[in-house]
Design a protein around this ligand. Structure first.
Ligand SMILES: [Zn+2]
Length: 409
């Protein structure tokens, strides 16, 4: 559960923030929502904060939503449908069955409709990935969205109020760029850092350098985040500022930041030591199962069983696997699949959303249960360490009667 743990929030300590569900990002820190969907979802979170008596529910008014997000009524309706995990249907026409099923499968709901109709205001709630409202019963005591996200284990991400209160000024790329900029700062625990532009664009879900540049120049973004970049360079310097006081957040309790960074470094080291398998062991196992995997930097690329990433008519390995994160590594595919005919919106492969880890890939390929795949991985690593392999249940017919040392791995 990579998103569950709360990152120490020293960087934004002095800046007022709203909590939003950490499902806004996937395990690689890539935004899971874009365009109108992203703005409308943050607007929904804002409504929850503004209607604190409703336990995660909020009344949605179209007129205010249009003014506050800067999107049209039609775009907002479509975003609301999409956030409920519904295919992006327009009222006039249905969408072809094939397109509908592939979209529906890839979209877990983020909000759920509670009531609404001719005589009732439209009421929704922030929901779990299974579509149940996040409301928790605690007698008369009302819980904040932050509290609910914490107690339900969904996790939260802090977004400066300054941004969520100005969604219409940030419409489109600026919002995606500033959010992923903050995400990088929080993950690094540094209010001043060097960003790799290619990675930043992927995290924000944008393709053009020009979009990145114009986002940096957007006034609301600039109030909070200043970027220095020399033309032609692949990296940029980023520094976060208090948007109201105009002071750098690096001056914000440097000692506290040092302490937090030190603590984070120690716990990362301890977490790695406490890991059952080391990165090297996991990598070696993965290469034994997927010798065709392409290794670049610390990442492996293999063919995605979901979308079989096609580029210019050629199959490209788009499924990215890393072993420095999570207990047994993480994987995700962000291949661009197509543009929707009607809205022109980009559809990406979302093989990562079901909480799958690298050994699930072997389970899918070999049509075995994930549990068996895990045991096979474990045994590979035990043998690697010169230890005894363990018995694998019901994988081969004679396994239950043969001594463990004779079991083929
Ligand atoms: Zn894919």
């Amino acid at each position: 559960m990579p998103n569950r743990k709360r990152k120490p929030g020293k960087i934004l300590e002095k800046v007022p923030t709203y909590a939003v569900p950490s499902r806004l990002f996937d395990s690689f820190g890539y935004l899971t929502l874009h365009g109108a969907d992203l703005s409308v979802y943050l607007y929904c979170c804002l409504l929850v904060h503004k209607q604190p008596d409703e336990d995660g529910q909020f009344v949605f008014e179209m007129n205010s939503a249009e003014a506050d997000t800067g999107y049209s009524e039609r775009q907002i309706w479509r975003a609301l449908a999409s956030l409920q995990g519904n295919p992006q249907r327009t009222p006039q026409k249905g969408i072809p069955a094939l397109e509908e099923s592939s979209l529906a499968k890839n979209k877990p709901p983020l909000i759920v409709k509670i009531s609404g109709g001719k005589f009732l205001p439209d009421t929704y709630s922030i929901c779990t990935e299974y579509g149940s409202p996040i409301k928790i019963y605690r007698g008369d005591k009302k819980e904040t969205l932050r509290g609910m996200l914490f107690s339900t284990g969904l996790g939260y991400f802090d977004v400066p109020c300054y941004l969520i209160d100005r969604l219409s000024e940030l419409k489109g790329a600026p919002l995606a760029v500033v959010l992923t900029g903050i995400k990088q700062a929080i993950d690094l625990q540094q209010a001043k850092f060097v960003a790799i532009l290619k990675e930043w664009k992927s995290m924000a879900g944008i393709t053009k350098d020009a979009d990145l540049h114009s986002a940096w120049e957007c006034k609301t973004v600039h109030d909070l985040m200043r970027v220095s970049h020399k033309k032609g360079q692949r990296r940029a310097g980023v520094e976060l500022f208090d948007p109201v006081r105009g002071t750098s957040l690096t001056q914000n309790m440097p000692e506290a930041m040092d302490r937090a960074a030190e603590k984070a470094a120690i716990s990362a080291y301890e977490a790695d030591r406490a890991r059952e398998y080391t990165q090297q062991e996991l990598e070696q196992w993965f290469l034994s199962e997927f010798p065709e995997a392409e290794k670049r930097d610390d990442e492996f690329y293999v063919d995605c069983p979901e979308c079989h990433g096609m580029r210019q008519g050629k199959r490209t390995p788009t499924l990215r696997v890393r072993f420095d994160k999570g207990a047994v590594g993480v994987m995700a595919c962000h291949a661009f699949i197509k543009k929707l005919k009607r809205s022109g919106e980009d559809v990406f492969c979302s093989f990562d959303t079901k909480g799958k880890v690298p050994y699930h890939l072997m389970a899918t390929r070999d049509r075995i249960a994930p549990k068996q795949a895990l045991q096979r991985m474990r045994n590979y690593i035990l043998v690697l360490r010169g230890e005894r392999a363990e018995e694998i249940e019901s994988e081969v017919a004679f396994s239950t009667s043969a001594p463990a040392s004779e079991i083929p791995i």
